[in-house]
Design a protein around this ligand. Structure first.
Ligand code: UDP
Length: 194
């Protein structure tokens, strides 16, 4: 896939539909992927924190989440096709998971958020399989959480720990998992919980 470098972060040159097709294909073939939905804040943060920039280099797909990123791509004279909001991408993936009966794991946010969100997921996406969920405050229990995700064998793992934690968690753990699309999703669970 063609990439566009904006301040050292390599964005996918893609539309939302194209990336959805790519991810669906990876799911069908039981391939793994590390997806970052990067807004300008993330790009700026990576430029201040070499460790985070290094983490981003492990991502398979970095998606332009924000008009600021599109503007940046115009400045470097390689305009990206469109903005793809991380939240929208997650909603589309949940719909696909519902249509295809995929397994989904939800990691992150507070227990209260999950208590509100999980019933809504069950109501709105009844055919999706909830492979598991765990709140995002698990210091001291990292191994247990990793095992839970591993045993869930999910097709999609949404990681809502906020950046940089969510991307660092994915990079650190992805080798332990057999398959799955792993995507950092910031505060999206709080929005879904309503
Ligand atoms: N969060 C978490 N564990 C942490 C820190 C944060 O699960 O150790 C959750 C928090 O409850 C919220 C999300 O991560 O649901 C962060 O949302 P925010 O909007 O701050 O993320 P950003 O969009 O800035 O990445």
């Amino acid at each position: 896939m063609k990439k566009v470098d904006i301040l050292g972060v390599e964005f996918d040159f893609t539309t939302q539909q194209e990336i959805l097709n790519i991810l669906q294909d990876k799911i069908e073939r039981n391939k793994k992927a590390f997806v970052v939905t990067a807004n300008p804040e993330i790009v700026m943060y990576a430029n201040k924190d070499p460790q985070y920039m290094h983490t981003l280099q492990f991502a398979n797909h970095i998606i332009a989440d924000g008009v600021g990123v599109i503007l940046g791509s115009k400045i470097v004279r390689q305009p990206l096709p469109e903005r793809i909001a991380g939240f929208d991408l997650m909603i589309e993936l949940l719909s696909i998971a519902n249509q295809k009966g995929l397994r989904v794991f939800f990691l992150g946010a507070s227990e209260q958020t999950l208590e509100k969100m999980i019933p809504k997921i069950k109501r709105d996406y009844p055919k999706l399989v909830i492979a598991g969920y765990h709140h995002g405050f698990f210091k001291g229990h990292e191994h247990k959480v990793k095992q839970m995700v591993k045993e869930a064998k999910a097709d999609l793992v949404f990681v809502a720990l906020g950046y940089p934690k969510q991307e660092e968690w994915i990079q650190k753990n992805i080798d332990s998992f057999e398959k799955g699309i792993f995507m950092g999703i910031g505060g999206s669970f709080d929005i879904l919980a309503g």
